[in-house]
Design a protein around this ligand. Sequence first.
Ligand code: 5GP
Length: 211
Amino acid sequence: MQKNRGILTVVSGFSGAGKGTIMKELLLSYPDRYALSISATTRDPRPYERDGVEYFFKTEEEFRQMIADNELIEYAQYVGHYYGTPRDYVERQLSAGKDVILEIEIQGALKIREACPDAILLFITPPSAAELGRRLFGRGTETEEVIRSRLTRALSEADGVDAYDYLVVNDVVEDCVHEVHGIIQNEHSRMHRNLERIAMLQEELREFVSA
Ligand code: 5GP
């Protein structure tokens, strides 16, 4: 039987909500099921980040060229830098039947909702604001000023969450990974995603009946 197209899932959440950890664990747990899109960005790499692994690191000029060449499904500015999703990889993985995860901020998520109405939008929060602050300061990779702008941004993003389909609270990582996996896999059973399969079954039944 023909392989079903994968589901596009957008995962957003405040900086420090632990999205990155959850996505890494999800991919480690189900490597054949999921593909994580690698974004392009104009921000500087953090010490542990490698080009082509966490992000494709671009100059502003290179990024603008990608926009001009229509190479990005969506892009947005976040705390002074550009971030965008390369189209080609996402399309290829969805066609190969993989569920593709985009870990992007809210403006990008809303653009995906318009461009791909079939996508699922998931919002991940930490259990509390105090925990969010602790995680951001504990990470030790950004200056206090950058952390404050990220917390301010979190405050404004909280206003847009009603556009999302699901809320997942990240308290215990394994539980959160389990929950996210369950949400995405349940989506495969939704009737509107299976109409083609039903039509094929009907076709086969017709052949049986008329044989
Ligand atoms: P960070 O600098 O912490 O890696 O990412 C900052 C924010 O940009 C996060 O909320 C992250 O989800 C978001 N982001 C990462 N890649 C993309 C992308 O391709 N498009 C959009 N719109 N946001 C992204």
